[in-house]
Design a protein around this ligand. Structure first.
Ligand code: NCD
Length: 315
């Protein structure tokens, strides 16, 4: 078994068989209405193991859903945040994790503003490392849960036209989704104002279309993943938010005039209501936002059961 199979770091290189196995297992954690439901056979899947949740950047959905997923599988989450841990005193993240590993922690879920932290941890630790967002790098469980949401809605990914719009340049969600969806055969379009749309990222981005007009991004799309402006990563870039709202926000009029009647809207959260999405669209019948959140628990259960579970399978 390759060493990397212990970890979940990115969707750029995750073997597609592993991605599909995780999506299929997550289906087992959802009932017919798409609500989280854990079959009895999985109630002790983590067999009392401790899972450290190290969140050194703000998070609500991702952190809480990993916490819930850990408990639903019979494990114990150990939450460490930047404000109250010794990282505040200058201890390195690697040292913190090695200490937690010495206490018997069985896996690490890590969110950090630095892109290289997950890789450093895989080198320093013996136990699985799950990337919950590394800087502008990747956010693999978000990409998996968005893919699951699309697969459940449309019954397939291959051939689907998916547009990801907004602050692409600073979004690890865009990156993880573009990788997995295009590798599974979707036609991915990235759309945003030029300042927020990266060049082809030194060739690391998959073969996706880049557009700078909203109408062009929305035309023909089956699904649109809308992103927040990542203000914390703009590094001095001055954005005209009024122009952004005018040119990129999705409201009812845009939904009616620029999108297919069957097209759906996704958003990883947190939603900046009124900026990238009008509230009536976020809460409307074509929004899958809360379905994404429910699917997030199922995906995280699938990841934990697979990587940390007592049976120790690594598909
Ligand atoms: C995303 C993130 O942190 O990358 N949020 C999330 O995990 N649902 C997106 C964002 O912060 O805009």
């Amino acid at each position: 078994m390759p060493l990397e199979a212990r970890h979940l770091i990115d969707l750029e290189t995750l073997p597609l068989a592993r991605a599909t196995a995780l999506l299929d297992l997550a289906e087992q954690f959802l009932d017919a209405r798409g609500q989280v439901a854990t079959p009895a056979a999985f109630h002790a899947a983590l067999a009392d193991r401790q899972v450290a949740l190290l969140f050194l950047e703000p998070s609500t959905r991702t952190r809480v859903s990993f916490e819930i997923a850990t408990r639903r599988l019979g494990g114990y989450p150990v939450v460490v945040d930047g404000d109250s841990s010794s990282i505040q005193k200058g201890e390195s993240v690697v040292d913190t994790c090695r200490n937690l590993e010495a206490m018997g922690v069985s896996a690490f879920v890590v969110r950090h503003q630095q892109d290289d932290i997950p890789h450093l941890l895989t080198q320093a630790l013996q136990v699985p490392v799950i990337n919950a967002g590394n800087g502008r790098g990747e956010h693999p469980t978000q990409g998996l849960l968005d893919t699951l949401t699309l697969r459940r809605r449309f019954g397939r990914i291959a051939g689907l036209r998916v547009s990801i719009i907004g602050d692409i340049a600073h979004s690890r969600v865009a990156r993880s989704n573009a990788h997995l969806l295009s590798r599974l055969g979707a036609h991915v379009t990235l759309g945003g104002p030029p300042a927020l749309l990266p060049e082809n990222d030194d060739g690391r981005w998959p073969d996706v279309r880049h557009v700078t007009q909203r109408a062009e991004a929305l035309e023909g799309a089956d699904a649109v993943i809308v992103l927040r402006i990542q203000h914390e990563r703009l590094e001095g870039l001055k954005l005209d938010v009024d122009a952004y709202i005018r040119d990129w926000r999705i409201d009812d009029v845009v939904l009616r005039n620029e999108m297919r009647p069957s097209a759906v809207v996704l958003h990883p959260g947190p939603v900046m209501r009124g900026v990238e999405l009008a509230p009536d669209v976020a809460d409307g019948p074509r929004s899958l936002i809360l379905a994404q959140v429910a699917h997030g628990v199922a995906i995280r259960q699938a990841v934990l059961a697979t990587l940390v579970g007592a049976s120790g399978e690594h598909p």
